[in-house]
Design a protein around this ligand. Structure first.
Ligand code: PMV
Length: 302
């Protein structure tokens, strides 16, 4: 039996702009999905969503992973069991983590000799197949861990501060939000293009401050990024309530992470402030999780 795990992620900078080729900075977080695999007579996929065979309705990511891995190994039957600490469908990269952890688990079980870059590429293909269109960000950061700049695929220094995630619990469709931004850009290209360019430039300016661990400067820039996300229409009252709850309790920064509309915010904070910030988020009725950056990408656990 083999167990592999992979982390979720938050965006420090650059969601939406990354869709147009501008740079983003993404950070793996210490919330993981674990995938256990063993050879079996038939294929069984077991998760909190149910127990099925290969099934594109209930377990689309795992089913596509098995199909892809069948090109590399003679997989007759496999029992796959998933456990996740990452809230599903909230922009924290739960689908990338389950995809990447299961590719690595099957890679180990069937000795396919895939390297990390191969795993990230297959993972991105799977996400594209399931979602129609997906940037390589989530699958890349889940594979590599740490802090990465996309599309450059450059590793930056790890963050050594608390990361507080606030979850509105409101469903957000990445596809819909990306389409809304595209429509706004078609209508007002002279307004929206410079905003997307500024978001991309911000990632480049922030790179040095991430590498130097200058959280107060990173924070200032993240707060500007939040304003620009609002400007392109992916904010909302629920998200703003969490952003201001975090900022008013001492966070270096607070902004949307991911597609917006609903889903989550991310706040960077001094370790001593993290609990107060989390409580302020909970006081608005939302969920809060205190986590950290992890350098551990996809991992063989046992
Ligand atoms: O909400 P998430 O984690 O799926 O992030 C979406 C990020 C976008 O830039 C809006 C889309 C993408 O594919 O990069």
């Amino acid at each position: 039996m083999i167990t592999c795990s992979a982390p979720g992620k938050v965006y420090l900078f650059g969601e939406h702009a990354v869709v147009y080729g501008y740079s983003a900075i993404c950070c793996a977080i210490d919330l993981r999905t674990r995938v256990q695999v063993e050879i079996s007579d038939t294929t069984i996929i077991e998760s909190s969503l149910g127990i099925t065979g290969p099934d594109l309705q209930t377990h689309p990511y795992i089913t596509r992973v098995i199909e892809k891995m069948q090109d590399l190994a003679d997989i007759k039957g496999v029992h796959i069991k998933i456990e996740s600490e990452i809230p599903v469908g909230s922009g924290l990269g739960s689908s990338a983590a389950v995809t990447i952890a299961s590719i690595q688990a099957l890679n180990e079980l069937f000795s396919c000799k895939l390297g990390l870059e191969d795993i990230a590429i297959i993972g991105h293909d799977v996400e594209r197949q399931v979602q129609g269109n997906a940037s390589p960000t989530d699958t890349y950061v889940s594979t590599m861990g740490g802090v990465v700049m996309i599309p450059e695929r450059k590793k930056l220094n790890a963050l050594d501060c608390s990361i507080v995630v606030g979850n509105t619990g409101k469903f957000s469709s990445t596809k819909e939000l990306v389409a809304n931004v595209a429509r706004l850009r078609d209508e007002f290209p002279d307004i929206i293009d410079p905003i997307l360019t500024s978001i991309g430039d911000m990632s480049h300016i922030a790179e040095e401050h991430v590498n130097n661990g200058d959280y107060s400067t990173i924070g200032k820039l993240m707060n500007v990024n939040q304003g620009l996300l609002d400007a392109i229409g992916v904010g909302g009252a629920e998200l703003s309530a969490l952003v201001y709850a975090a900022r008013s309790t001492g966070a270096y920064s607070a902004k949307i992470t991911g597609a917006g509309g609903g889903g989550c915010i991310v706040a960077l904070a001094e370790n001593n402030d993290a609990e107060n910030i989390a409580q302020a988020i909970r006081d608005t009725g939302a969920e809060a999780i205190i986590t950290r950056n992890t350098h551990k990408g996809v991992r063989l656990e046992s």
